[in-house]
Design a protein around this ligand. Structure first.
Ligand SMILES: N[C@@H](CCC(=O)N[C@@H](CS)C(=O)NCC(=O)O)C(=O)O
Length: 184
């Protein structure tokens, strides 16, 4: 609570010579890492490319993930008496819609490569992979997003993405739920 009054994951602490930097909000953290550890870059060198990468990421972070987090479903269940099956259907609706929109951003755009943007991973892939993982967890129909599926499958062949999987985190399963990434 002291470090992160919003009580969300992640909270990031960077130990610096002038004291700790404590950050929350994944986009702010990733951009901080980009500025403080610029190699390898997670954002393209051109402004239009950076805007495209941020567009893909924000369609997930702001327009999809935010509607499907635990505090939203808890409010629906506990304050609004909405049934679990309806909450599940709400989550599936917004996840399907968000991923379908990102699929239209990616499919047939020459800027899309092996990854969301070109031939190296960017902030867009860093955000997209956990959203696909979460959607699988909630049995979202992923059949209509072949470009995303291709990029997701490729990312998961890379050690950095494998290392970041929820089941490879030290707190995974500690409270009976998936602790990092599956908990939302
Ligand atoms: N926009 C925030 C969202 C943070 C967030 O909601 N994280 C989830 C875990 S993926 C969480 O803490 N859920 C707990 C809850 O909703 O109470 C970010 O990108 O960091």
């Amino acid at each position: 609570m002291k470090l992160n009054p919003q009580r969300t994951a992640p909270t990031f602490i960077d130990e610096g010579v002038d004291g700790d930097v404590v950050l929350t909000q994944s986009m702010a953290i990733i951009e901080y890492l980009e500025e403080t550890r610029p190699e390898p870059p997670l954002l393209p060198s051109d402004a239009a490319g950076r805007a495209r990468v941020r567009k893909i990421a924000m369609a997930m972070v702001a327009d999809t993930h935010a509607l499907c987090v635990q505090r939203v479903s808890h409010h629906m269940a506990n304050e609004l008496d909405i049934e679990e099956t309806d909450i599940r259907s709400w989550r599936q609706h917004w996840m399907t819609r968000g991923l379908n929109i990102v699929e239209t951003f990616l499919a047939d755009d020459p800027a899309t490569g092996t990854f969301c943007h070109g031939e190296t991973p960017t902030l867009a892939d860093v955000i997209l992979v956990p959203q696909v993982h979460t959607s699988q967890h909630y049995d979202v129909d992923l059949s209509g997003i072949p470009t995303i599926q291709r990029i997701y499958d490729h990312c998961l062949t890379l050690p950095a993405f494998q290392k970041a999987k929820p089941e490879n985190q030290p707190d995974f399963g500690k409270d009976g739920r998936e602790a990092s990434g599956g908990g939302h």
